[in-house]
Design a protein around this ligand. Structure first.
Ligand code: SF4
Length: 269
């Protein structure tokens, strides 16, 4: 007999935190709040597992990595200020397009250093995994040998492997994400400069905060990897220095990012 389908969740249910998905990192598998997220519920209401259990496990995951909090805002939005103000006619569409382009140019100019650095970071990560893949593979083989010689327990070797896998996952997830979030932060910044009403929402700070969290988590993952391969740290050190510089520059450009409150994520006890 076919199983009865679960009822589609109602996004107005008070258990959902309004707008929580605006400043998350879209990594639902690792989210601590999927049971409070209407978007997640809509997408996965047929899944048999309990999101609350998974969220608790995810909280432990981030605590173990040494950083907490997570985030992101949806992909690049259409300029809200322009789309609302202009009536639909060829002339106004052209004006709106020109306006949009001007904002984009200004955003690119303002964020040139940081977005270029984020793009460079993404390439550095690819390069590292292309050139240094032997390191994790060697690490796995060493662990196998140590288990065979009873120098380490199976449980502890497994723990090491999980740790390595977690670090790689974190680095790969945020590799391009940082660039995308920074582009959004600078675009929102120029929109807010133009439109006082948008300035009140401080989307630029929220997006910058999400980018900063991604940077911090990536840093934590690289530090953990460096501890695993203490004899081969030069290439990782270069990445760490680059990321840390990017973090400082982003903090300088978005001083209010730190105090920005993301719905749900920054309300936790
Ligand atoms: S808040 Fe969590 S569950 Fe919802 S979309 Fe973001 S990452 Fe996914």
């Amino acid at each position: 007999m076919p199983k009865p389908r679960r009822r589609t969740p109602d996004p107005r249910n008070p258990r959902f935190i309004p707008g929580i998905y605006d400043y998350c990192d879209r990594w639902c598998e690792r989210c601590e709040f999927s049971h409070r997220c209407a978007q997640f519920a809509m997408r996965s209401h047929d899944r048999p597992d309990d999101p609350r259990t998974r969220d608790l496990e995810n909280r432990k995951f981030w605590e173990t990595l040494g950083t907490s909090a997570l985030t992101a805002k949806p992909a690049l939005k259409i300029t809200r200020s322009t789309s609302k103000k202009h009536a639909v006619s060829t002339a106004t569409i052209e004006a709106a397009t020109a306006h949009e382009k001007r904002l984009e140019r200004r955003a690119r100019m303002l964020g040139q250093r940081e977005t270029n650095a984020a793009l460079t970071y993404s390439h550095m990560v690819d390069e590292w995994f292309n050139n240094e893949l032997r390191l994790p593979l060697q690490h796995v083989r060493n662990l196998e040998r140590r288990v065979e010689k009873a120098l380490t327990s199976v449980a502890s070797a497994k723990g090491e492997l999980v740790r390595l896998n977690d670090c790689v996952e974190v680095i790969r997830w945020y590799q391009a994400f940082i660039y995308v979030k920074l582009c959004r932060a600078f675009m929102s910044f120029v929109e807010e400069e133009e439109d006082g009403a948008l300035a009140a929402t401080r989307d630029s700070s929220g997006s910058a905060k999400v980018a900063l969290i991604a940077i911090e988590r990536s840093l934590a993952a690289w530090v953990a990897m460096r501890e695993m391969f203490p004899e081969e740290t030069d290439s990782m050190l270069e990445i760490l220095v680059h990321l840390d510089r990017l973090r400082r520059n982003v903090r300088r450009k978005f001083p209010k990012a730190k105090s920005f409150k993301r719905p749900g994520f920054d309300d936790k006890a």
